[in-house]
Design a protein around this ligand. Structure first.
Ligand code: FAD
Length: 618
């Protein structure tokens, strides 16, 4: 039997491990597993030679590729070390025995790595290399594993489930295929084309959206002016690449704040976004591996019951449940900290009975200024009338956010509540995957607002990045322009300003789109994806509304339970699976790597896909 794994990032590496785990249980004698990826093992995001300053936004202690006993799966559990455990046990020996361009940085990083560290992306790449190598070493004799550093251009169905994969100058036939193709690049939008053209005409620089490790940050001249569009994770990468990567240094003061010492090679950085504020920092993680808080509203029981009974809830109820769970965490922590005269248990009971009204908060005397105000969180600049006001609010926002985050995700009411949002992800994913809300409500509430708000609140960078941003603002290296960022062209320059403060315009010589474009298979530059759509082997997923209209999303259509690709006739393609970012929209928040001991969805899917591929029958 021959299996193709297209893409050698974390997902298909997990699939490889699961294929080997299932192999002794199935009636397959000779097994060939071929991985395809022009970027090699670990794939495009996790290249081990990328700039070392580019960090993960997950703790090294909470990243794994191994299964554990919490995973609801049929295959055998093969436990193994997390990224942190591997690094501390055998990382240095492995790196020194290999040929890593940045071995010195990697070894030095491991020397400082603790359970509180965010690993570099490069180090996660090395962990994936090690993971792969130990699988190859331990594989039974009858299993052949081979990596091909090449892109797959087409997949063509031959007989019922035999597929021909074409590469640049050859082709091969396989019995089953798993595709995990990652973010990839899209065709430039019309705006991106216009801005590129303008930059070329006027000797300016315009860098469209892209992978941070591949962006030409070096092309931005020292002391020139640059606009970063976006204030999320990609912005933080650009910020670091234009400052410390150019020799600037941060010094920690006695009061625990950072001060920036410039190298003189930095440009002046302007930045802004739709919301105008950087993503909230991740709270200092006080939770042990596998530790979570119970969910009371969008609970595991509720979601399981709804799936079993094919029930739906309204989009508003769904959001209410999400916000009630986060608020329950918030107020429980708040009462325990600040309202010590109240019985925390009694308060929690009362709150859970009536999470949405103000009555409980009034009854227990929770002060107005202590209340969780989602509207204010969504628009932190609501009362900043002038540009000067906005700058003050921004500094307060950063100060406050850093303080709360440092306090920790079991102590700070705010950081704990945002952690609950993260812990709700499994159940939110199930609601989207199993369509527990109508397509109308999904489009209106989730695509139309919650996704962006959730990213702002709960997909943020490590605290250190916000501390660095604050120091860079104070050093005059970065200026944040505000919300509703506008970019225009005028004469020989780009001009940027916030629509809220149109009197404050800045002219810049360079613009960097500091964000990843949303995945949209319809405009993907991936030849394989285009081929699958053109030949009808795949189709974009559609929402169906009650008035008969439809809305196409940029996600591949796949079967709900089995991750099989769905063709243009609506039929599953036998033994061909596609998972991960190409399905974003059909599934929810597919852009992450596995977390140990929390019944991780990615590990569950890896097990299911491996089982299905090996045991497929007509
Ligand atoms: C800049 C950046 C930073 C991130 N940081 C984090 C983080 O800190 N923590 C976290 O959990 N997640 C992070 N992510 C999310 C990331 O997508 C996932 O963690 C994870 O890499 C997804 O795994 P995957 O295997 O599905 O896809 P990927 O890791 O993206 O791998 C997909 C691979 O498929 C290959 N491929 C595509 N088409 C073809 C083809 N036609 N033929 C052959 N190969 C092909 C690509 O080259 C690529 O290497 C980050 C993503 C990006 C882009």
């Amino acid at each position: 039997m021959k299996i193709a794994l297209i893409g050698a990032g974390p997902r298909n590496l997990m699939a490889l491990e699961r294929l080997l785990a299932w192999y002794p249980r199935v009636q397959v004698s000779n097994l060939e597993i071929h991985l395809f990826d022009p970027f090699g093992i670990g794939g495009r995001v996790w290249q081990s030679d990328q700039p070392h300053e580019l960090l993960m936004n997950s703790l090294a202690a909470k990243i794994t590729l191994f299964t554990d006993h919490t995973i609801e799966m049929e295959g055998p559990v093969n436990p193994g070390p997390t990224l942190l455990e591997w690094a501390q046990r055998s990382g240095i020996t492995f790196i020194q025995a290999g040929h890593y361009e940045k071995a010195n940085y990697l070894v030095k990083e491991i020397g400082h790595l603790t359970s509180e560290s965010y690993s570099s992306r490069a180090l996660f790449g090395v962990y994936q290399d090690w993971f792969y190598q130990q699988l190859v070493q331990k594989a039974p004799e009858m299993v052949h594993i081979e990596l091909h550093k090449t892109a797959v251009k087409t997949v063509k169905g031959l007989t019922h489930h035999a597929y021909e994969l074409r590469f640049d100058d050859s082709a091969e036939t396989f019995d089953g295929v798993s595709m995990a193709l990652g973010e990839g690049m899209s065709e430039p939008s019309s705006t991106e084309k216009e801005l590129t053209h303008f930059a070329n005409e006027h000797h300016l620089i315009y860098l469209r959206t892209g992978y941070p490790s591949e962006q030409a940050y070096d092309s931005i001249p020292a002391q020139s002016s640059v606009l970063l569009r976006g204030l999320g994770l990609n912005f933080m990468d650009a910020m670091i690449m234009l400052t410390t990567h150019r020799g600037g240094k941060f010094h920690r003061q006695k009061d625990d704040t950072l001060v920036y010492e410039p190298s003189g090679k930095e440009p002046k950085i302007y930045a802004g976004s739709g919301r105008g504020f950087p993503y909230h920092a991740r709270g200092f993680d006080q939770k042990a591996v596998g530790e979570t808080r119970p969910l009371y509203f969008l609970s595991n029981q509720l979601v399981a019951h709804m799936i079993e009974n094919q029930e739906q809830m309204s989009g508003q109820e769904f959001l209410n449940d999400i916000y009630s769970d986060a608020a329950c965490t918030y107020y429980t922590k708040l009462v325990a900290q600040k309202y010590t005269g109240i019985s925390a248990h009694e308060f929690e009971q009362a709150f859970q009975n009536d999470p949405l009204s103000k009555e409980v908060l009034d009854d227990y005397g929770i002060a107005e200024e202590d209340r969780l105000d989602w509207e204010a969180l969504a628009h932190p600049d609501a009362f900043a009338k002038t540009y000067a006001d906005f700058q003050k609010v921004l500094l307060q926002y950063l100060d406050h956010d850093i303080t709360e985050a440092k306090w920790g995700n079991k102590t700070s009411p705010f950081a704990s509540a945002m952690d609950t949002l993260r812990e709700l992800r499994t159940n939110i994913r199930k609601v989207v995957t199993y369509k527990l809300i109508s397509d109308e409500d999904y489009a209106k509430y989730i695509l139309g607002g919650f996704n962006s708000f959730n990213s702002f609140l709960a997909v943020g960078p490590p605290i250190l990045r916000l501390e660095q941003l604050l120091a860079l603002i104070k050093a005059g290296v970065i200026e944040i322009l505000g919300s509703q960022l506008q970019l225009e062209t005028s004469g020989n320059e780009f001009v940027a300003y916030s629509k809220r403060y149109p009197e404050h315009k800045v002219a810049v010589k360079s613009v960097i789109e500091a964000r990843l474009a949303p995945v949209d298979i319809r405009i993907s530059r991936n030849e394989l994806i285009q081929n699958l759509l053109e030949t009808g082997m795949a189709r974009p997923y559609e929402l169906h509304f009650q008035n008969g209209s439809t809305k196409q999303l940029g996600a591949m259509d796949v079967t709900t339970e089995t991750a099989e690709m769905i063709d243009s006739d609506g039929d599953p393609v036998p033994n061909v699976y596609i998972w991960g970012l190409s399905t974003e929209g059909r599934h929810w928040l597919t852009n992450g790597s596995p977390i140990p001991s929390v019944n991780d969805v990615r590990l569950r899917m890896a097990d299911m896909i491996a089982n299905q591929i090996l045991t497929y029958t007509d």
